[in-house]
Write a protein that binds this ligand. Structure first.
Ligand SMILES: [Zn+2]
Length: 452
């Protein structure tokens, strides 16, 4: 099974089974935006819940925040995004097609030359029409611009946030004082962000509207390099703990000239997607850049006073930033599996139990008026304890495969013996082993297998 095959099969499975649909599809789509269907919203919520549990619930030193998407326009001047959050955009003088510089053939070398101010595109042909008429790159700002109130003028400009981090910086003092946290501590946030990508693509890997899971950890300046290394290791471990094989994860350190404008050190945690190694998460040492700039632009001193030593300083920030959509896609890619069986091929999403959309499916052996009432009674008993589903159409083997294909770890089968002995069969997705348990003990038996 080749990697491009997996991407294609997953995209088709995602649509057919209700994980992900193209947004506004009946109108022909809306430019690389995606809707998460009934199974997709469960999966993505589980990814976010797992992140929040690890980053907030289990930590003594991290608290949460849910900031507004629209912020004061000065935030984005202070953050440097108005000036620096740009991609080099090249246009063909012949066919008018536009490219991000790095997606042209030999783009990496061209980008390096552009950074070194030695770029010459005279001998580079347009990949679309073959003519050598590419323009000099111009800086294209990736922020979506909109207007607050009824007047569309410069005084009413607002930006859709391109990262969630800035509300954490702007709220630093409010959070620190209200939660009485002392440095080192972190603030975590999950929320939507928007980037007007020139060339989005690869399914939900890069889209213009996406969800971030970001944490900013505030430290003493001298501790930042050590904290950076600690978070690198911890975040890689998180992905592995939820089922990503270690050999499909790696670090890629950024060279000095490719780092974002705020970063003193930056590493990607890359995942081996079907289309190659790509960033799934970024770990950054943002220094005191953001708090210092917001102090300057707002006139509000955001330095921190250590109440033991009485020292006053602007904290350094180590950031962990992962896309919820991107991580969801990675978990899907890592989980996809096919194995031969007597009916041809069994497709299994080997999702970690914590991530699977449905934990349990309740299935009567056949659609039968004697079985249905008991099967529905069993489902009613399971529902309060685990996200679950019920299916009584088609042959039982078919229904097992439908559940395997969406990653449901456990099926509960109600058969004719159940009417006599008040017991049911639990069937495991991965081993396909079956075990008989009394209905009275079903919920604890499921919880034990789900690790809940
Ligand atoms: Zn062209």
């Amino acid at each position: 099974m080749s990697a491009p095959d997996v991407a294609e099969k997953l995209t088709s499975l995602a649509k057919r089974r209700g994980f992900v649909f193209p947004s506004s599809e009946i109108y022909g789509g809306a430019g690389a935006t995606w809707d998460f269907g009934p199974l997709g919203v469960e999966l993505k919520n589980n990814v976010k819940r797992a992140w929040w549990r690890d980053m907030v619930q289990l930590r003594e030193d991290i608290v949460g925040l849910d900031g507004a998407i629209l912020m004061h326009p000065k935030v984005w001047e202070a953050s440097g995004h108005v000036e620096n959050f740009t991609d080099p955009l090249v246009e063909c003088g012949n066919c008018r097609k536009r490219y991000r510089l790095d997606e042209l053939p030999d783009g990496e070398r061209l980008t390096e030359a552009w950074r070194a101010k030695t770029l010459d595109l005279a001998s580079t042909a347009c990949p679309n029409c073959g003519q050598k008429k590419l323009s000099e790159p111009r800086r294209f700002n990736l922020m979506f611009k909109t207007f607050v109130g009824p007047v569309e003028d410069t005084a009413s400009v607002a930006w859709l946030r391109p990262e969630t981090a800035q509300s954490i910086f702007v709220d630093f003092e409010n959070v620190q004082q209200s939660s009485r946290k002392r440095i080192p501590f972190g603030i975590a946030q999950i929320g939507k962000a928007f980037r007007n990508e020139i060339t989005p693509g690869n399914f939900i890997f890069r889209s213009r509207e996406f969800e971030q899971m970001e944490m900013q950890y505030f430290t003493r300046p001298e501790d930042a390099p050590r904290v950076f290394e600690e978070w690198k290791a911890r975040r890689r471990e998180w992905h592995a703990s939820l089922g990503i094989p270690a050999e499909r994860l790696r670090f890629r350190d950024h060279a000095a000239d490719e780092r974002a404008h705020y970063a003193a050190a930056a590493t990607d945690i890359q995942f081996e997607f079907p289309f190659g190694w790509q960033e799934m998460e970024g770990i950054h040492n943002r220094t005191d850049y953001d708090l210092r700039r917001h102090s300057e632009f707002s006139g509000k001193d955001l330095s921190y006073r250590d109440d033991v030593t009485n020292e006053k300083f602007i904290p350094y920030v180590v950031e962990t930033s992962v896309g919820a959509d991107r991580a969801t896609y990675a978990f899907l890619c890592a989980a996809y599996d096919e194995e031969p069986d007597k009916e041809g091929v069994r497709v299994v999403l080997r999702l970690h139990r914590a991530l699977a959309p449905y934990k349990v499916a309740v299935l009567p052996l056949s659609k039968n008026e004697r079985l249905t009432p008991l099967a529905r009674e069993v489902w009613a008993a399971v529902r309060p304890h685990a996200m679950s589903t019920y299916d009584e159409t088609q042959a039982i083997g078919r229904r097992y495969r439908r559940q395997d294909e969406i990653g449901t770890p456990l099926c509960v089968t109600v058969d004719f013996d159940s009417l006599e002995d008040r017991a049911v069969t639990i069937r495991d997705r991965d081993s396909m082993a079956q075990v008989r348990v009394p209905i009275a003990e079903l919920v604890p038996a499921l919880q034990e297998r789900l690790g809940a």
